[in-house]
Ligand binder design. Sequence first.
Ligand code: NAP
Length: 258
Amino acid sequence: MSTALITGASGGIGKAFAQELAARKTNLVLVARSSEKLHQLATQLQEQYKIQVEVIVKDLTEPKATDGVFDAIKAKGLTIDLLINNAGFGDYGDFAKGDGERQLKIIQLNILALVDLTHKFLPLMRQRRTGSIINLSSITGFQPMPYLSVYAASKAFVLSFSEALWAENRDYGVRVMVVCPGPTETSFFTEAKFPQTLAEKNNKLSTPEEVVRDALQALEKGDSTVVSGGLGNKLIVNLHRFLPRESLVSVIAKKFKS
Ligand SMILES: NC(=O)c1ccc[n+]([C@@H]2O[C@H](COP(=O)([O-])OP(=O)(O)OC[C@H]3O[C@@H](n4cnc5c(N)ncnc54)[C@H](OP(=O)(O)O)[C@@H]3O)[C@@H](O)[C@H]2O)c1
């Protein structure tokens, strides 16, 4: 039986990954801050699917948190076959007026924790010549996003980093893939403090289950990148090819200014 490590598994897309992989008889290591939610999910999945589920309660924005995750997995004698770097958050608003510490935490979680966990587990996968890594980017990673500036830039990093690793690792039997969902029905918008009026404009939300289905299908095919959701999302990520960058960013700024 293989084992998947999922960060941000207490809700949203991460929880949907846990449920789908459990149904496919994959043992799980669940990481997030919410101990109660993680333990409840672990108990439910263990009973329903007769798999092993470990919980690691960690704030991945804390210094050395990724060392803690790696050490805990080593201490349990587990081998990670699939790493899903899913934990992430955004912060809506004018960067100059925003909470600077919160912007740095976005970088800490969405970029630094993801890079460090990848760097810890990838060499072990390469030694075994098998394993997969799924990183969560976003359709916001394809162009700058005024009023979500640090978040979108963090997702651009994840997109670029993951596609580079896809190419570096394909000859070593390790698949690295990046998932770029569009707006999805999770706590993301509440966490990012999106104004209600803007959140309501997103009437075409995907479900976390749809994102997970697209991701796992693309992983099986060996794709480097999957833009999840309908045709609308696929059009959005290509707009920068047809519009001058300044025009595109100005349109987005108008749309996102509350
Ligand atoms: N929803 C969307 O529209 C959308 C679109 C594109 C991409 N994405 C990306 O998809 C990923 C999952 O987001 P989601 O939509 O499922 O949002 P969500 O429902 O808010 O889930 C975020 C997960 O990350 C965990 N998390 C947050 N801060 C953490 C920290 N400091 N340390 C450890 N875990 C932390 C949360 O758990 P705890 O609070 O328990 O720690 C939760 O399990 C993110 O990378 C997000 O950027 C989302």
